[in-house]
Design a protein around this ligand. Structure first.
Ligand code: FAD
Ligand code: SF4
Length: 511
């Protein structure tokens, strides 16, 4: 029997049981296809980094004695669709069994499932051996313990207990508390200094030229001569070790802070290595817990970091598989305004957005609070089209794969699922942005004003959003205080805010 095994671009896990022993009857196939470069407009660095990492992975497999067919973007035999390339190999190599690892995206899962069912040979989908939870495990947990709500904190505690992570005894969390969020919400004022960027620099100008020559469209700065993402497991492990040593001790306190001087602050930038499966989430969690046990990092930082991995990351995946494919078309506020032009250039006078969008275009990365409370906040307040916002996020970030991008963008940031994930919309006026960043100092807009030429756009848009959605959001107990504040606002001011918000939304390109 001759088996063909497909490895997708985000399945670069050398520890997968497939690779334990080379086997002459097994062929592996990897492919750089237009199907995958073109389903959304991607940031140039994302395409370069994925292809470069795939090529290294294929080289590693060959060195270990495996038989690999690798179709490059400019290969003449490349049909640029996964099924067409598989058909050609099955025919040319006399394949009589086809196997693939469970894809993380519904789009590919659906395609490969249909493809496999139609094949006249034996087929099998195997686990990708990456996540803590199975696709439907989170849904099963909430069906039993959710009381009708998908509370992340409940799931997170269950994960800690089930996997024995940061536990003192079977049921008692380390330090006696599950969550140290209240210690973790500080603004950063220049101290302590963040560590140097640990990422390696790679020159991929030749690969970039081949991608362009093949006609692939993209946006963002290719920085082709200095791609800075770990491209194989060895680099990812070095990156993880440096993060644990140098940044983790300060991760917690400043995880919500934003600075024009330090885009990375104390974030790990491990998402690309994790989402392409070069790193396993278990080893990341173990490394962080070990730093706590060895007194190299305090509990609030370690707990805050571990919550992102076994809490948020697994929970988000659970939402995706429980809700797809209907989830992708949810849009409870029916927002449909086109993205302003500066989403593609960073060219806006709003200093917070100039930095957050500019950094995304430059680096293919922005950290969580920039994604949520600057760009997402603005998109929701301005009523930007949910599908367009989701496509932008899916394209721009180095770590964006739909299973993790969609619930974060559509659910957490745009509240377009009506509150399945977030107990209230993540929106704010300039006050929050000013408290958590240095963006407002030096901005062309006045963070304190709601009305007038130079008033910060966030302020009028914020109050207008709450006023417009009072019928639904006014019942939300987490917004009671805010709606009380709104009810005390004089009618003339409410009317002025509505007029100002209308004018802002009509002129988004010129903000
Ligand atoms: P750190 O802050 O160092 O966090 C450590 C790790 O925790 C991350 O690498 C990531 O694997 C995990 N993590 C943290 N928060 C989340 C979360 N909310 N969901 C899932 N995993 C999380 N993350 C992606 O991996 N891909 C995306 O496409 C993506 N899109 C997002 C869109 C929006 C609107 C928002 C608000 C968040 C999004 N996130 C996404 C989550 C988060 O912003 C990124 O994981 C994080 O910024 C990656 O940088 P980091 O590795 O330095 O993270
Ligand atoms: Fe952003 Fe408003 Fe602050 Fe300017 S004043 S940086 S637009 S929040």
């Amino acid at each position: 029997m001759t088996t063909l095994r497909l490895i997708l671009g985000d399945q670069l896990n050398p520890a997968h049981s497939w690779f334990v022993e080379p086997d002459a009857t097994v062929h592996y196939v990897m492919m750089e296809v237009r199907q995958e470069t073109d389903y959304v407009l991607h940031h140039a660095q994302k395409i370069i980094a994925i292809f470069a990492a795939m090529r290294r992975f294929a080289d590693g497999l060959r060195e270990a004695g495996h038989r690999v067919h690798y179709l490059k973007i400019d290969d003449t035999a490349n049909e640029h669709s996964v099924p067409a390339n598989l058909d050609a190999l099955i025919a040319s190599q006399g394949i009589d069994r086809f196997e693939y690892q469970a894809p993380d995206e519904w789009r590919l899962d659906h395609q490969l499932d249909a493809y496999a069912k139609a094949l006249p040979i034996a087929t099998q989908m195997v686990d990708s051996e990456h996540f803590f939870t199975g696709r439907h495990e989170t849904k099963q947990f909430f069906d039993t313990h959710g009381k009708g709500q998908w509370l992340m904190e409940r799931f997170y505690r269950h994960m800690r207990t089930q996997h024995g992570v940061l536990m003192e005894t079977e049921h008692r969390p380390a330090g006696g508390q599950w969550n140290y969020d209240h210690d973790n919400r500080r603004a950063w004022h220049g101290e302590p200094p963040p560590p140097e960027d640990p990422r390696p620099v790679h020159d991929h100008s030749k690969l970039w030229r081949d991608i362009v020559a093949a006609g692939v469209n993209s946006f963002g700065n290719p920085q082709a001569a200095r791609i800075r993402w770990p491209l194989d497991r060895a680099e990812a492990l070095q990156h993880l070790a440096r993060f644990i040593e140098e940044a983790l001790p300060n991760f917690g306190a400043w995880q919500d802070a934003m600075s024009t001087h330090e885009p990375r602050l104390f974030h790990s930038q491990l998402s690309f290595a994790l989402n392409t499966k070069m790193l396993n989430p278990r080893e990341v969690v173990e490394a962080a817990e070990e730093a706590y046990r060895a007194h190299r990092a305090e509990l609030p930082s370690v707990e805050g970091f571990i919550r992102q991995i076994i809490g948020w990351r697994e929970y988000i995946r659970g939402v995706y598989w429980a809700q797809m494919p209907r989830y992708a078309s949810k849009n409870v506020f029916r927002h449909k305004r086109a993205l302003p032009q500066w989403f593609w250039s960073g060219d806006t006078r709003m200093r917070c957005l100039k930095h957050a969008v500019g950094q995304s275009l430059e680096e293919a990365h922005a950290h969580h609070i920039q994604r949520l409370m600057i760009i997402g906040n603005f998109a929701l307040l301005a009523g930007l089209s949910v599908p367009e916002v989701c496509a932008w996020y899916l394209g721009v970030y180095i770590d964006a794969f739909e299973w993790v991008e969609l619930p974060n963008t559509l659910g957490m940031s745009q509240f377009a699922d009506g509150g399945l994930m977030a107990s209230k919309p993540y929106v704010s006026s300039a006050a929050y942005i000013d408290r958590m960043s240095d963006y407002c100092k030096g901005c062309a807009y006045d963070r304190k004003r709601r009305n007038g030429e130079d008033a910060c756009p966030f302020n009028a848009l914020y109050w207008d959003f709450l006023a417009r959605n009072e019928a639904t959001l006014g019942r939300n107990h987490r917004l009671t205080m805010i709606y009380k504040q709104l009810s005390r606002m004089p009618d003339e001011e409410r009317a002025a805010i509505a007029t100002k918000a209308r004018a802002l939304k009509a002129n988004l390109d010129s903000l």
